[in-house]
Design a protein around this ligand. Structure first.
Ligand SMILES: Cc1ncc(COP(=O)(O)O)c(C=O)c1O
Length: 408
């Protein structure tokens, strides 16, 4: 599949303002929409049906599955189609709990809420849950992890790229430690896929979760990669996906996912393995950090492989040093036409118990509650160019001034 790569910053999705919330979701690329429309017109049938309509759909499903497998470095039999990241994570964790003796499951202290929800279900089945601490940059404490890999630990689940603070975990090192201890490893790669090349065949990882909508694919589809030979109890029974996930496969969504991953793969190739959005992110970050009251949260992008290439996370305070509310800044910036976030979209409705608006991730990194409520996330994608970002720094400056002056 060779798709025409749109030019970076070709101006899509400007109608509702400038979209800077790629980590929440991303606008489907035109080639993705076209690939899905073709399937809905030509191969809309049930791929399990034995007539010609069904065979056409099965053909399209399998060619899309193969395209996904080629880009992710896995066998097409190792790829289970699911509805998105949350289902992939639940299938991995609860699926393992269904085939292993209950033991201990380790999660880092900065996982996505879906992982904690799945682990809570494991706890109801007799598992113990232990959280591995992180440092002030959100990096997993490898010594603490290693100490906890002793029995009865049977499963570890780690988020590769942290959606709120951008931290990239050393997955290869964690995988080696897990292999040495004979412990299974699931990796939540939802924020990483599309922004770096992934070769499942060489990763010391047993299960890996992805979602199409973070890389300009459609919402409602994702995949769980399952190392060949690893048994999982399905969440949804049925004959599809080799008995690992029941339900008629959404052929058009899978085709859209394959098209999105193909575009992302071509972009990475054009950038010699690096996401071409990174220089734009670096320029914007340098401009932002010149403003008084803004600091980076999470790792600096200078370190090799330390931070998601499309991600900026800031802590914002007034000129008096007092933290400002990230959620109020998001609303102010939306009025100026910039769509950003105060953290993860999945937690922005709540915040940790008893700390209104505070991010559980920032609290786990050691920030005080008021600082942990002052987070701002800007996440970029290939639909953006320098011209889209020109007014952002002054708009943020105005928003900070308004908040600092107005009633708290
Ligand atoms: C790191 C991470 N994992 C999992 C998910 C859940 O994915 P989905 O929204 O596709 O269920 C998200 C979504 O924000 C995420 O950022």
């Amino acid at each position: 599949m060779n798709l025409p790569l749109p030019e970076q910053g070709s101006g899509t999705v400007r109608a509702g303002g400038v979209y800077l919330d790629a980590c929440a979701t991303s606008p489907p690329a035109a080639a993705v929409v076209a690939a899905m429309a073709r399937v809905l017109e030509e191969a809309w049938a049930n791929p399990s049906s034995l007539h010609g309509f069904g065979l056409a759909a099965a053909d399209r499903l399998e060619s899309s599955r193969q395209a996904l497998a080629d880009r992710l470095g896995c066998g097409s039999d190792e790829l289970v189609i699911v509805s998105g990241g949350s289902e992939a994570i639940h299938t991995a964790l609860i699926g393992c709990a269904g085939t292993l003796e209950p033991g201990r499951v380790l999660l880092s202290a900065v996982e996505h809420p879906a992982s904690y929800a799945a682990a809570a279900q494991m706890v109801r089945r007799g598992w113990q849950l232990e959280l591995v601490p992180v440092d002030s940059l959100g990096r997993v404490d490898l010594e603490a992890l290693q100490a906890l890999l002793a029995p009865p630990t049977r499963l570890v689940s780690i988020l590769w790229g942290q959606s709120e603070v951008g931290t990239i975990q050393p997955v290869a090192t964690i995988g080696r430690l897990c292999r040495e201890a004979g412990v299974l490893l699931h990796v939540d790669a939802v924020q990483v896929v599309g922004h770096r090349s992934i070769d499942f065949s060489t990763l010391p990882v047993d299960l890996l979760s992805c979602a199409a909508h973070k890389l300009q694919g459609p919402r409602g589809v994702g995949t769980l990669l399952v190392r060949r030979g690893l048994r999982l109890e399905p969440l949804i029974g049925g004959v599809q996906e080799a008995g690992r996930r029941g339900g008629t496969e959404p052929v058009a969504l899978v085709a859209g996912f394959a098209a999105a991953l193909e575009l992302a793969g071509q972009r990475l190739e054009a950038g010699a393995g690096r996401d071409p959005i990174e220089p734009l992110r670096d320029r914007l970050l340098a401009d932002l950090l010149r403003l008084e009251g803004l600091r980076l949260s999470g790792p600096s992008p200078d370190g090799p492989d330390s931070r998601l290439p499309h991600h900026i996370s800031l802590l914002v305070s007034g000129t008096d040093g007092h933290p400002l509310s990230g959620r109020r800044l998001v609303r102010e910036l939306a009025r100026s036409g910039y769509a950003v976030s105060s953290g993860s979209a999945c937690t922005s409705a709540g915040g940790a118990a008893g700390t209104a608006g505070a991010s559980a991730v920032l609290l786990a990194m050691g920030y005080a509650p008021a600082e942990a409520a002052s987070g701002l996330r800007i996440s970029l994608g290939p639909w953006l160019g320098d011209e889209d970002l020109e007014g952002l720094v002054p708009a943020l400056q105005r928003a900070c001034r308004r908040l600092a002056e107005g009633p708290g």
